[in-house]
Design a protein around this ligand. Sequence first.
Ligand SMILES: Cc1cc2nc3c(=O)[nH]c(=O)nc-3n(C[C@H](O)[C@H](O)[C@H](O)COP(=O)(O)OP(=O)(O)OC[C@H]3O[C@@H](n4cnc5c(N)ncnc54)[C@H](O)[C@@H]3O)c2cc1C
Length: 544
Amino acid sequence: MSDVTRETMEYDVVIVGAGPAGLSAAIRLKQLDADLQVVVLEKGSEVGAHILSGAVLDPVGLNELIPDWKAKGAPLNVPVTEDNFYALGEAGAMRIPNFPMPPLMNNHGNYIVSMGNVCRWMAEQAEELGVEIFPGMACSELVYGDKGEVKGVVAGVFGLEADGSLGPNSEPGMELHGKYVFLSEGVRGSLAKEVIAKYDLSKGKEPQKFGLGMKEIWEIDPEKHNEGSVTHTMGWPLGSNAGGGSFIYHLENNQVYVGFVVHLNYKNPHLFPYMEFQRFKHHPMIADLLKGGKRISYGARAISEGGYQSMPKMVAPGVAMLGCSVGMVNVPRIKGNHNAMLSGIAAAEAAHDAIKLDRSGDELSAYEADVREGAIGKDLKKVRNVKPLWSKYGLVASLAVGGFDMWTNTLGFSLFGTLKHGKNDADATEEASKHEPIEYPKPDGTLSFDRLTNVAFSFTNHEESQPAHLHLKDPSVPISVNLPKYAEPAQRYCPAGVYEVVDDKFVINFQNCVHCKTCDIKDPSQNINWVTPQGGDGPNYPNM
Ligand SMILES: Cc1cc2nc3c(=O)[nH]c(=O)nc-3n(C[C@H](O)[C@H](O)[C@H](O)COP(=O)(O)OP(=O)(O)OC[C@H]3O[C@@H](n4cnc5c(N)ncnc54)[C@H](O)[C@@H]3O)c2cc1C
C-alpha cells in the first residue's frame, strides 16, 4: 500500500501509542519547549481503552514527570498498605514471611491504580500543554526517508477490502512525518518488531521473553475487602508445568484486581493458560475471597520478561523505541510502568536536545545511554538473573537462589554474572507426543467462566468486514505442521478464543482478539504475524 498518495502532516516528534511511555514523552517534550509540535496516535477507541494493567505503580517516574501530580488530581488514590506472598498447594497456602525478601520487593510508597485511568489523566495533562492526541488512529505502516531512516508513520487507514486492498469505500489514512518517531506500542509492538528486524537491533542480545497476563476485575463483599492490600501467589495450579503466579490487588470501591501470569516458555503444548487462571480461582483462599462477588471486567496482555539482557538496541535512524516496546519490566516486582515513564522522559530529553541542534532523522544515542546507564538500567540490572534462574531451577530452588542473587545485587555484585535466557518462547514448545494432555474442570459460571463469556467482559469489538489482522505467513502450517506436531496450541494459548480447529480447518475469529500478542510470540512455527486492525477496534477496557 506504500505507493498510495496520502495527505501528509509534519511534526517535530510523532509518538505511536498513548501508554505511560508515549504520554510521558509527549508531556516532557512540551515541558522542555512549548513550541515543539508533538502528536500521539493511539489505536484504542479512547486513551486507556487498551491499557490492561491494573497495577501497583511505583511513582518514581511520575514524580520526575509531574512532581505536583497530587495537586493536579492524578488518580493515585490507594496507597499500598500491606504486602503478602503465598506459596499455594492444591488445598492450602503457606505465607512466605516478608523479612527475607530483598527491599526492592517491598511495595511501601507504591499505589494501586487503574493504569487506564492514569493514562486518561496523563492525556489531559498532555493536551493542556498543547500535545495533539488522536485516539482511534492505528499506525499500520512505517514511512522511510531517502537515507533509509524512519521519517514517519501511516495512520488512520479504514475500511480495507477483504483482500487487504484499498477499495472505493476505504480511507487511505495519512502520513505523519516527524524529525523523530517514537514507538511506544508496548510489548511486542508491530512496528517495533519491523524496526528491530530491519536494523538487526537484537544482534548480540538475549532473546526477549514473555508471560501472558490475564486479569479480571471483581466487585467483592465489602466485609472481605481490604483497601490497599497486595497479594502475590506462586505454585498451584501451575506446579511444574509452567512458571507464573497470581496477583490480587484491593483497590477502591470494593473492587479487586485478580490477575494471573503464565510464563510463555512452557514446554507442554497441551497447557491452557486461560484455564489455569480459571482453575486458580477455585483455590479455597481465592474462592473464599470472591464468593458472593461478581466479575465485572476481563482482559489479557503479554508482559515482557526478558529484562536487562534482552533489551535490543533501542534507536535506529529517525526512530526510538520506548517502554515495553523494548521490554522494561522488572520481573520479580511485575512492574514496568515506572520504567515506561522514565524512558519517555529520557527519549524526550534526547530528542529535544537534538532538535535544538537542528538534527533530525539520526540515532538518538543519548537516549539509549540514558536507559542503559541511568535509573532504568540500574533497576533492571539488579534483577537480571531472576528469570533465567526460574527457568533453570523451577520455583522452589529459584526462590532461594534468585532471592539471594537479588540481595547480592542490591549490595552491588552477583555471583552469577549475567545469565542467559537461551531459547525464545516459541522454540521452548515441545512436541505434544512428549506430554500428557491436561484435564481442566469445566468453568462453573460463578467463580470461573468460559473464554467467550469472559471476552464479552473485555468489551472487544472489531469491524467484521475488514480482513483478519492475524496474518499467517503460510496458511497451510496450522493444519499440516502445528496440528500433528503440537496439537495446534493456538487453540489453547490464546486467552480470547481467536483460534479454533474445526473439521480439520484452522479458523481465525479475529473479532475476539484482545490485542495481547501471545500468538505472535508463542506460535511454535512463528507463522502468525499480528498487525494492527483499524483504529478504534479491539478491547474497550472500562473506565474503573
Ligand atoms: C497482567 C499485567 C499486569 C501488570 N502489572 C503491572 C503492575 O502492577 N505494575 C507495573 O508497573 N507494571 C505492570 N505491568 C507492566 C506494564 O503494563 C507495562 O510495563 C507498561 O504497560 C508498559 O507501558 P508502555 O507505555 O510501554 O506500553 P503500553 O502500556 O502497552 O501502551 C502502549 C499503547 O500503545 C498503543 N499501540 C500499540 N500499537 C499501536 C499502533 N501500531 N498504533 C497506535 N497505537 C498503538 C496501545 O493500544 C497502548 O495504548 C503489567 C503488565 C501486565 C500484562
